[in-house]
Unconditional design. Structure first.
Length: 251
């Protein structure tokens, strides 16, 4: 058993023993796109000869396995028992080997335990201590940070004892590490409205990066950006409260 995992679990257990965890999460549907490609209805239409648009099929093929990993991580965090054990810490890192680490913080930002004890990147967990506006305070929360060594994404489970906020249990990862689950990673762009996560083979200047995502996401869940023939087809999925946009070229 990794000593750092054991120490982290023991610290968490001490911290949470007198309290209980309350949380909720949500999966935000992306209307027709998810209904068609990710979670289609359980029915068989023998008259359907296939009417999928090529750009939609290409996007689904490119990002579905990546999305599955993110979804599974959210569910694993929501289903975690409190206080977590050393086995839980070890299992979460084994189940999701693309994770960079796990950490626990008090409500004032004091580190209670962390594995690995010395991360390669300069990490900032502070934004996770405050519940995002417009969301249940007990729901999962996430954000993306830019670092000199590349972007890092955080997912945190807020911990409560009754109605009293006690801190967070968090994990973090480099989005490029989960990109390996795509069968065509070079074709896939991943971004947030504020930070480019994975540029694919298109560099940092393209229609996806330059799009007005605040405006687009206010009304749409998927669509096209740019001008033909250099446009991209995209879909947004919410990783906790963090909008992550996945896009592939239309041609």
């Amino acid at each position: 058993m990794n000593r750092a995992c054991v120490c982290l679990a023991l610290l968490l257990a001490t911290f949470l023993l007198s309290g209980c965890q309350a949380m909720s999460g949500y999966w935000k549907d992306t209307k027709r796109f998810y209904g068609t490609y990710i979670n289609p209805p359980a029915s068989l239409d023998l008259e359907n000869t296939g009417t999928y648009r090529s750009e939609e099929a290409r996007l689904a093929y490119s990002f579905t396995e990546v999305d599955y990993q993110l979804f599974a991580l959210e569910r694993a965090f929501e289903a975690s028992l409190m206080p977590p054990t050393d086995e839980w810490v070890t299992q979460i890192l084994q189940r999701f080997p693309w994770l960079s680490g796990v950490a626990a913080f008090s409500d004032t930002g004091v580190i209670l335990g962390q594995t690995p004890p010395t991360p390669m990147k300069s990490l900032n967990f502070t934004p996770l201590l405050e519940a995002p506006k417009g969301r249940n305070r007990m729901a999962l929360r996430a954000y993306a940070q830019d670092t000199p060594l590349g972007p890092e994404i955080y997912l945190a489970l807020p911990i409560y004892a009754g109605n009293e906020f006690k801190g967070i249990l968090a994990t973090h990862f480099d989005p490029r590490s989960v990109l390996r689950f795509s069968p065509v990673p070079d074709d896939l762009i991943i971004t947030t409205p504020d930070l480019l996560l994975c540029p694919g083979r298109y560099g940092s200047e393209n229609a996806v990066v330059n799009a007005d995502w605040k405006k687009l996401l206010s009304s749409d869940y998927y669509g096209s950006v740019g001008r033909s023939p250099d446009d991209f087809y995209w879909v947004v999925r919410y990783f906790a409260n963090l909008p992550m946009i996945f896009a592939v070229p239309n041609n």
